[in-house]
Each structure stands twice: as C-alpha cells, then as structure tokens.
Design a binder for this molecule. Sequence first.
Ligand code: UDP
Ligand code: MG
Length: 319
Amino acid sequence: MKRKHKLGDPLISIVIPAFNEARGIQAAIGTVDEIVANEFEGYEILVVDDGSKDDTCEKIRELACKNPSIKLIKLTKNFGKEAALVAGLRKSRGQVVVVLDSDLQHPPSLILDMYQIWKTRGVKVVNGVKKERQQEGFFKRVSAASFYALMKTLTGSDLKNQTDFKLMDREVVDRYVELPENRRFFRGLIPWLGYSSENVYFSPDQRNAGTTGWSLPGLAKMGIMAICSFSSLPMQGVTLLGCATFLASIVMGIHTIGMKLTGQAVEGFATVILLLLFVGSVIMISLGIIGQYISMIYHEVKRRPGYLIEQTVNIDETE
Ligand code: UDP
Ligand code: MG
C-alpha cells in the first residue's frame, strides 16, 4: 500500500551519524533514499560525517551533489555519536525525525511502520527495540546486562534492548536539542523527556560493511557517563560506605580497648595491614566516584560546544 503524501504534508527527516563508514555508506543512504522517496513527498536525509578518517565524507558529498534531499553535515573532528546526533537533529526540519545507524543494522523499511504508528496512534516517540541481541561475545553480553540492570535500579527506566533507532515528533526533537547539557545519552534522555511512546521490534542485521566504532573502554566510559548523568545515587553510596566502615570501626575499637584493659595483646600485625588495605581501597573507590561527578561538572561548566561544523552541503544556513 502506497502512503504518498501531498505537498504541505509533513516532511520527514532521517538523521544518520557516520564515522569511518566509507565502505557501506553509499549503499545505506541509497536504501534509505529509495524507501522514503517512494513513500513521502517531502523528505530529507541528513548524514553527519563525524570526523571520519576515510572517504566517508566524499562518498556522502557525491550523493548529495546528485540529490538535494541528501544533506551533508561535516564535523571538524570525531566528536562521538551522541554529538553527531545532536548536530543532525538541530539541522533537521521535518515534522517527524527518524534517527538510524549508517551500517544498515537498523532496517530502514521499519521507518514506514514507525511513521504509521506516529500517525495513527498519536504517540510522540516510536522506539526501535531489538528482539534479540546480535551475536556478541560473553564479556560484552554480561557487561551490557549489568549496565542495564544498574541503570534500571538507579533510574527506574528499563533500557534493555532499546536502541538509538527512533522516530520522534518535532516537539520531542525541539525539547531534546534545547537541553543545556553537552554530554548526552540519547537512548536514556528521550524516555526521560516523558513523551508518550510505542515500541516496534526488529532483529538487527549484521553490519553491511566495516567494523564497529566502539571499543570496550569506549563503551565502559559511555556506561559510566550514562549512569552518573541520570543518578547521584553512586555518590550517596559513598556516604553509606563511610557509615558502614565507621560502624565497623566502633565495633573493632571497643574490641581493641577491651583487649587492652584485660591485659591481652592486640592481635597480629596482619590485621593492621589488612585494615589499612581495606580502608585505603574504600577511600580510593569513593574518591573515584566523586571524581567522576566532578569531571562531568568540569566538562559542563566549560560550556564548550559539543561539536563544530566544518561544512554543510544542501543545507540553507540562512534559515
Ligand atoms: N558513529 C559515529 N561516531 C562515532 C562512532 C560511531 O557517528 O564516534 C556512528 C557509526 O557510523 C554508526 C553508528 O554511530 O552509524 C553506530 O555505530 P556502530 O555501528 O559502530 O555501533 P554498534 O552498532 O556496534 O553499537
Ligand atoms: Mg552498528
């Protein structure tokens, strides 16, 4: 069934962040273009080149020169996917905006189902949710599961199997880009905005080309940032940790004084060493947790822009 829209109907924007995707980017944009061009009268595909080191930018530019609906935003360097998303969302003009990856892991055909849900059910957000996780190593599976469990306990929102593949109403996009924070976690912040949403389920495909841009340390850093930007509970946990060691020290103190008063020698040197090591570790971990929050405050108070645009193609900068 065709769902062609007449002039004046809402424009749909597709935002695609791309980092070192030269091998697959043209195929991905081509697939998305074919789907949306067939179904919507007005559309734009905003591809954000997030400081790629390969030919990604040239490949996008090549397509943009042939098709004015394909728009290029080139960032000065690699600012990370979250920043690239904000850059694309800020330039988007559609009544609805869809965010999807540039490696065809998010099936573009689902855009039409998402659009229908937005149109008929009146929800402001449609989430692409993974039916099952891709084949991943044991360590990645376990760390992802721990992250989502911790995130749910700390923030109350269940992000398991949620992805960045989302359709959003213009209102949601405007609220999202207006948020003052620089360090963002798109997947967590969109539910935080609180708009009505529905899920559509998909099985992620393998990447069409290239390899993932995420390293394990990168993922860990992102996870810690996400948890700390949604909850101050870990920092309050430091106080609890302090209270627990204080209680233990009272018990041990009474025991030690009791031993001394009854003329018995306080037990071994080993106990002292163990206690020192234990208290030292508690202090270091606590400082680390507090340091994480201070570093986030430090990055936010500098008020540096989250990204810089070097060049755009097919985008009217006067608007
Ligand atoms: N990406 C980006 N900047 C980065 C890393 C990734 O724009 O610094 C893009 C990447 O090109 C892809 C999307 O973010 O379109 C998801 O990245 P990837 O496929 O590497 O992540 P995964 O699917 O493994 O979670
Ligand atoms: Mg991917």
